[in-house]
Design a protein around this ligand. Structure first.
Ligand code: C2E
Ligand code: CA
Ligand code: CA
Length: 387
């Protein structure tokens, strides 16, 4: 490891050792599979830099990449990794992509697209089977320049992935303004999903955002079967992490391809957000049907206009009200339903005369649980039986 001394000394030491290491070939790529969560086939491989120095030992990328970037040595590193990975990958079967990390400063360098193109072409690998991973820092500032670079690359078939989403700036306007092909949720949220409800909410929101924008989402840092199950349930398309395979040297890749196979085509994002589901149900049911979702304190989180009418409320103002404010009988019925749901008992449909509108309605209540089975609230469906 790097000897303990002042950070600045370490930095100079690393920078000069790196220059030599690159020329001697002691920096090399390792590849980690990114798989379809549905079925497990390989979609792409992320290329990650590894450096074992003759004198300094193993230096992790989190240590040397920022220094290399700062000292202006990132272009030769990226070019070297692209050439090595592409030369090996052209012999492998299947239509996977190769994904290269492009650091923020390098992304802003006008020469970067031609560096990528030259290195890929020299290695005789199809440019249209490559992808770059950039973080939001790369596109902060000059949005027009970022858009121009992305357009140049996409026109040549290179796909653009937004890395580490959820950390840093995570601006929705940038997400909308730039045509990303995939969004990667940062490993920190995925890793804490099982124990932290807030992390689950963030992961769920990012997946929902991807679904609404039509951009598939990759979850990184997937280490357990339970995490994969949550992600599948949330409708996430792709996974990456130790569960599916650690970053490995290139000689190990053919065996991975043999075992998993490849599925290159990006699937349309699966699943719909709550509002989309409501709109879809609304459209599917020919019969007038009131639809509503209430939280466990019986607050209305979403409702269609027909539900509002059945409850004698205005469609524009019903969201945010609580059921007890509208109809005390229905409220006590729903409280009993919540208890049934908590005990795992079946909730039977029931006919009501809804007090505010005086209509007779058939009320069907379904408990809504989150990804690990915790009760979030109730879905209500009401059909008008008055006629
Ligand atoms: P990143 O782009 O977010 O890469 C993902 C990191 O998570 C990698 O760390 C990978 O080895 C690690 N990882 C993958 N699956 C798991 C998992 O299931 N659990 C855990 N705990 N970790 C997992 P690595 O290889 O140490 O790279 C760290 C960072 O260094 C990368 O983060 C990236 O920002 C940078 N980096 C690595 N290689 C390159 C490169 O060639 N160019 C540039 N510009 N940056 C690179
Ligand atoms: Ca990455
Ligand atoms: Ca990350």
């Amino acid at each position: 490891m790097v000897p303990a001394s002042s950070p600045l000394q370490n930095e100079s030491l690393i920078a000069s050792a790196f220059d030599l290491a690159l020329r001697r070939g002691s920096v090399h790529p390792v590849l980690q599979p990114i798989v379809h969560l549905n079925g497990g086939a390989v979609s792409s491989f992320e290329v990650l830099a590894r450096w074992t120095d003759e004198t300094l030992g193993i230096i992790p990328p989190a240590v040397f990449i920022p220094i290399v970037e700062k000292r202006g040595l990132i272009a030769p590193l990226t070019s070297h990794l692209i050439r090595e990975a592409c030369s090996a990958a052209r012999e492998w079967p299947g239509l996977f992509r190769l994904a290269f990390n492009i650091s923020p400063l390098h992304f802003q360098d006008g020469e970067m697209p031609s560096l990528l193109e030259d290195a890929v072409r020299d290695a005789r690998f199809p440019l249209a089977r490559t992808q770059i991973e950039i973080t939001e820092t790369a596109v902060i500032g000059d949005l027009a320049a970022a858009r121009a670079t992305i357009d140049i690359l996409r026109a040549k078939g290179v796909r653009i992935l937004l890395d580490d989403f959820g950390t840093g700036y995570s601006s929705l306007s940038r997400l909308q303004a730039l045509p990303f092909d995939k969004i990667k949720i940062d490993a920190s949220f995925v890793g804490s999903m099982e124990r932290s409800r807030d992390s689950r909410k963030i992961v769920s929101a990012v997946i929902g955002l991807g679904q609404n924008l039509g951009v598939p989402v990759v979850a990184e840092g997937v280490e357990t079967v339970a995490q994969a199950a949550i992600l599948i349930r949330l409708g996430c398309s792709f996974g990456q992490g130790w569960l599916f395979g650690r970053p490995v040297s290139m000689k190990e890749i053919p065996a991975i391809l043999h075992e998993r196979g490849t599925a290159p085509y990006d699937p349309p994002p699966r699943g719909l957000s709550i509002s989309q589901r409501l709109a879809q149900l609304d459209a599917v049911y020919a019969a007038p049907l009131g639809l509503c979702f209430v939280s466990h304190d019986l607050r209305i989180l979403s409702a269609n206009p027909y539900f509002a009418a059945m409850m004698g409320q205005d469609a524009g103002t019903i969201v945010g009200l609580t059921i007890p404010e509208i109809d005390a009988d229905v409220a006590s019925h729903l409280r009993a339903n919540l208890e049934h749901a908590r005990r795992g008992e079946i909730i039977l449909p029931r006919v009501w005369t809804l007090r505010p509108s005086k209509r007779r309605g058939l009320l069907i209540v379904t408990p809504a649980c989150d990804e690990i089975g915790e009760l979030l609230g109730l879905s209500l469906m009401v059909t008008d039986l008055s006629g």
